[in-house]
Design a protein. Structure first.
Length: 317
């Protein structure tokens, strides 16, 4: 099985289920074991598969991202433009969720999203290690928001879990489409691997930038189906809060990092595009599963294959 073959869904399903189970284990607190050396051998094998997948995904976005190193202000402008021109943006699937999806279809979507949630606060904690003071402080402010300012019920992860319980959803790795698992595996791989430290910054920042428009439509669709209140609170919160997070991320994290080290701009751009490509593949798969059709070229911006389309080249720095 090759991590490079994104055209083989069976291989991708097998790969990402294995990686998702590996990530669930390696991110959880464990106990000392006399088999720790054997555990390291198994971990190495998983990390190699993870690296092969990430490098294949990275190779797909490099031609565009390579043009983004340089002036910090120019980089920020390009990054902000991803909210309009990036892969998967303005996907019609979310208009459909808002206005047409049935309760069963909405529940399926929410189950997939919950199963593929990597835990933004934990990813943020990994990504901020050894950053310079200004970006680190912004990560800390963002983390404190994710932690509900010290109140358990207001923690964003707890709000998601509350929605899962209230709607009686049953997210599980073995019942989740590989595209959703791949998105989570990408985010975990970038955040926990220091050679991808700048990639993680790009991936986390683009989540803050692009999420508000989508989650507002999800929340509206939930209310239409009678799932408002506590059930939709997680999406309502991110529809508003992530707007200010994105502005601060551009100003306090990306701009100073690129200004200090222009080369890192390419890696930040790669990480952002890797996250958006994974999201676009999810939206395509969700559309196919729930509507029995492909999302269309507008939805994916042509990023579903291995070649760089002309439209995307126009968005390069």
């Amino acid at each position: 099985m090759s991590a490079h073959d994104i055209t083989d869904p069976d291989a991708q399903q097998q790969l990402h289920r294995r990686l998702a189970k590996f990530n669930a284990t390696r991110l959880s607190p464990g106990h000392p074991s006399p088999q720790w050396q054997d555990d390291l051998v198994r971990e190495h094998a998983h990390r190699v598969r993870e690296g092969e997948f990430l490098e294949a995904l990275r190779a797909q976005v490099q031609p565009v991202a390579s043009a983004c190193a340089g002036n910090a202000a120019h980089m920020v402008n390009w990054f902000e433009s991803l909210a309009q021109t990036g892969p998967g943006q303005h996907h019609p699937f979310f208009d459909w969720l808002e206005s047409e999806a049935s309760l069963a279809q909405m529940r399926w979507f929410l189950t997939q999203e919950a199963a593929g949630e990597a835990g933004f606060e934990d990813l943020l904690a990994y990504a901020q290690v050894k950053l310079p003071p200004q970006p680190k402080l912004e990560c800390a402010r963002n983390f404190w928001d994710e932690m509900g300012h010290g109140k358990q019920g207001a923690m964003h992860g707890q709000m998601l879990e509350q929605m899962v319980r209230e709607l009686d959803l049953h997210p599980a790795i073995d019942t989740t489409v590989w595209e959703s698992l791949a998105l989570a595996n990408t985010m975990v791989g970038l955040a926990t691997t220091r050679r991808y430290g700048y990639h993680a910054i790009g991936a986390l920042g683009v989540v803050e930038l692009t999420a508000p428009g989508r989650v507002k439509k999800v929340a509206a669709g939930m209310r239409r189906l009678g799932l408002g209140g506590h059930a939709s609170a997680y999406f309502d919160l991110h529809g508003a809060l992530d707007v200010s997070h994105a502005r601060a991320w551009m100003r306090e994290v990306i701009h100073p990092l690129v200004q200090s080290d222009p080369v890192c701009g390419q890696f930040i751009a790669e990480g952002a595009l890797m996250r958006l490509v994974c999201g676009a593949r999810c939206f395509e798969r969700y559309t196919h599963e729930l509507r029995g059709e492909q999302g269309g070229a507008q939805a994916s911006n042509g990023w579903m294959g291995s070649n760089m389309p002309n439209r995307i080249e126009a968005t390069a720095c």
